[in-house]
Structure formats: C-alpha cells, structure tokens
Design a binder for this molecule. Structure first.
Ligand code: IMP
Length: 424
C-alpha cells in the first residue's frame, strides 16, 4: 500500500498533470482534494493530449478510480462538459469517477461577485484571479451560505438556500450591473445538471477509508502551488484554498498520518500568472525564450506567465511546510540552449540573509536574490531516458539543487509526454 501526495512547490503550473499521469500507473485511486476549475492540468501520452480542470489526471489508466473529494469546489456545468469531452476522446468515466456530495458548488453569482471585486480593485495591483468564482464560493462556504452538491438532490432545500443567496447577492449585483440574477434561470438548470452528475455522486470519504483498509495505492493530486496557499502563499496574491500537504485531511477525510510520501513538483525555473512580488524575475529577453519554448501560457486562462530563475528559497520553504521527501523536477529541457542558468539560493533583505518565513508581502518586493550561476548545455535532452545520458552540465545543475534543498530529486521530466521521464 502507498499513500502519496503530490504538491506544487511553486506557484502552480509546475507540470503536475504530467507527473500524476506518470505516477498513477500503479494507483488504485487518484484524488483531488482542494481547489476547483481554477486548476489546469495537462496530460500528454499515446492516447492524446488532455486538458483537465476538475477531473483527476489519472484518466488514462483504466483501473484507476478518480475521486473528486469534498475539499474541491465544483462548477457542475464545466465538470459535466469535461466528462463529455473525455468520452468523445475515448475515455469513459462511468464506474471510475466518484464525486463527493459535500463539494460546494460555484454559481453564476460567484463569478459575478469576483468580477465586481476586481472591477473595484482595478489598477490597484490585485491578485488577478482566474475568473472562475473561486474566492466567493469559498467565502460562502465559511459564511454558512454555501450550497453543496447534496442540496441539489433535495429541491426544497436547494430552493430555500438559493433564494437566501440571491436575496443577499442581488443587492450588490444590481448596484454594480443594473440587473438582478433570475432565480428560475439558475434553479432549473442546476437541478437538471445534478441529475446528469448523479451517477457519479457518493460519499467519497467512506470509499477512501475502505481503500486504506484494503491497502490500496492512493495518489493525492495537489492543485495550484504552495505559494498560492491561502495561509502560506504570498497573501493576498493567493488562491482561496489550503493547498499544502496537510489539507488532504480536511479535503478528503484521510488522516495525515497515513501518508507515506510527499513529492514536491518543482519546475526548473519559476513562473506565475498575475501580479505579486517576484524576486527571481528573468530579464525580458530570457523570459521570451522560456515562455515560447516552455509554452508558458496559463492552461485555464491562456494568460502569459511571468518567468523567473529557479527560486530555491521558495522551494526550501515549500519542503518545510509540507514535509516534502522527494522532488520531481520538471521542464529541464526548456533550459536547453541558454548560455548561463541562474538559481536563486537565498534572499537578502536590507543586505542581510533572510528567509521567506520572516518576510512580509511588502518586504518581498525589496528582497534581492542571491544567485549561483551554472553553465548550460546545448544537447537535445528531451530524448534522454537515463540519468547517465544527460549532459554533465545538466547533472551538475540537478545535483546542486539537491544539495541546496537537501531533498533528493527522484524524477526528472525532459518533455511533456509520459515517457519523457528519467527515474533515478
Ligand atoms: P483564483 O484561484 O482564481 O482565485 O486565483 C488567485 C490567484 O491564483 C491568481 O493569481 C491565479 O492566477 C492563481 N491561480 C489559481 N489557480 C492556479 C493554477 O492552477 N495555476 C496557476 N495559478 C493559479
């Protein structure tokens, strides 16, 4: 039996879709436990290219059950569309996909509220959310106003809850847009979509606890990344959920002490979307090179990602927060062709060494990265399948990262396909 958790060690977009596709070959269950359709995970293998937002990335292993656990917030229309699209691509999720009835649902008013908040904050350097209504749905969850998937199977309860929500939200929505949201235009379509999702809906915690008893292999698929975490990220440039390893407990009902291994996914450089302090930002010319070569455009929004050198102060902090025991280094092939590669090994604040944990969001704007410089390589490493096949300079880069972070790099991804992976 193994219980493995995959955590993004940066700002999301570390390549977790590929990592999950690769690591779930022997998994009985792949479990999403937080976030929502703000996530965008890409899986590329012999069966094609799949872009996933809600559905766990273990889709291509027919024996693997896919669990959307209670910690995930769901846009039921997007989820159903994803199920249908996968069917068209030859992947049936019947008897494989299991959705928790406890998941909170995204409604049109969440997306509208998010847009209203953004319109008011405009020009004030905001986190620039993905537009999926993620923060308002979480706000409703903790305001005891949330509507869960289970509610849709009780029209009377759903009617009451929706009425209360619209009564409150329409005041703001009318004030900003001049129009109310209509109860009927939400109520009926949500009842209908619930019927379509019903065959997949179960109490997922019971299934996962039984899987533990039966010593099954369970892979927890983290979304986003440590520095988007609501508590440990660079607040307020964060997402609305807890994304660190400990959140598997709240998000799935599985005890933290059952975890055997926590794998941190680290991209060989740093990227993020939106506005936030970015100490290891690359010069524009190198950003253009990396963005084009690495396809650094958001899977969910298509926005171009900002690029920076690998920031090990962040990775070391992610290791401490989640207790990461192994690293999966991704997209090292993107660095091929550069002359020099830099790695930020620590931060200086007012000329003194300082750690991420000591620094406020404001002080992170003033931090100076301390870089170590590496010679790059020009050989095509995307064809390498063994560690010994990598050029010496690539090996030096990898081994020095391990030394600085003090965690072994067990896997190296040299291309988007599943097979483009080196296991050490
Ligand atoms: P939200 O999660 O839509 O509220 O967005 C909040 C911040 O997190 C924004 O800067 C988003 O770009 C970022 N974000 C949310 N999910 C992801 C993700 O899966 N990958 C990368 N960035 C994300």
């Amino acid at each position: 039996m193994s219980v493995i958790v995959i955590i993004g060690s940066q700002f999301g977009d570390e390549g977790k879709g590929k990592v999950i596709d690769y690591l779930s070959q022997n998994a009985d269950f792949v479990v999403r436990f937080h976030g929502g359709n703000n996530a965008g995970h890409t899986v590329v293998n012999r069966r094609g290219k799949f872009k996933l937002h809600h559905i766990p990335s273990g889709i291509c292993h027919p024996q693997t059950k896919l669990v959307i656990a209670n910690g995930v917030v769901i846009d039921p229309f997007i989820l159903f569309e994803e199920i249908e699209n996968l069917k068209k691509q030859g992947i049936s999720l019947r008897n494989r996909l299991i959705i928790s009835s406890r998941c909170h649902l995204i409604f049109p008013y969440h997306k509208q509220l998010e847009a209203i908040y953004e319109s008011v904050k405009k020009g004030k350097n905001t986190p620039q959310p993905t537009g999926r209504g993620i923060n308002p749905v979480h706000a409703d969850k903790v305001s005891y106003l949330g509507i869960r998937l289970a509610d849709l199977f009780h029209p009377k309860i759903f009617r009451e809850k929706l009425k209360i929500n619209l009564q409150i939200k329409n005041i703001l929505i009318k004030a900003f847009t001049g129009k109310n949201l209509s109860f009927e235009e939400i109520f009926r379509p949500y009842l209908k979509i619930a019927e379509k999702l019903k065959p997949f809906v179960r109490e997922t915690s019971i299934i996962l606890q039984k899987a533990l008893e039966e010593k099954k292999n369970i892979l927890f698929e983290g979304a986003q990344g440590t520095f988007l975490d609501i508590d440990w990220g660079i607040y307020p440039y964060v997402t609305a959920s807890s994304v660190v390893a400990g959140s598997i407990n709240a998000g799935s009902g599985i005890p933290v002490k059952k975890i055997n291994k926590i794998i941190g996914v680290v991209k060989s450089y740093t990227t993020h979307v939106g506005f936030r302090p970015f100490p290891s930002k690359m010069p524009a010319k190198i950003t253009d090179f990396i963005r084009e070569k690495g396809g650094e455009y958001g899977t969910t929004t298509g926005r171009s990602r900002q690029c920076g050198w690998l920031d090990l102060e962040l990775v070391k902090s992610a290791v401490k927060i989640s207790g990461i025991n192994e690293l999966f280094l991704t997209k090292i092939d993107t660095l091929t062709g550069l002359k020099k590669i830099l790695v930020c090994k620590e931060y200086q604040y007012h000329k003194k060494k300082s750690s991420y944990f000591h620094l406020s969001t404001d002080s992170l704007w003033q931090v100076k990265p301390v870089y170590e410089e590496f010679n790059a390589w020009s050989e095509d490493i995307s064809i390498c399948r063994k560690y010994r096949h990598l050029p010496l300079n690539a090996k030096k880069y990898i081994e020095r990262i391990e030394q600085l972070v003090k965690v072994p790099i067990k896997y190296i991804s040299v291309g988007p396909q599943r097979k483009a992976t080196i296991k050490r």
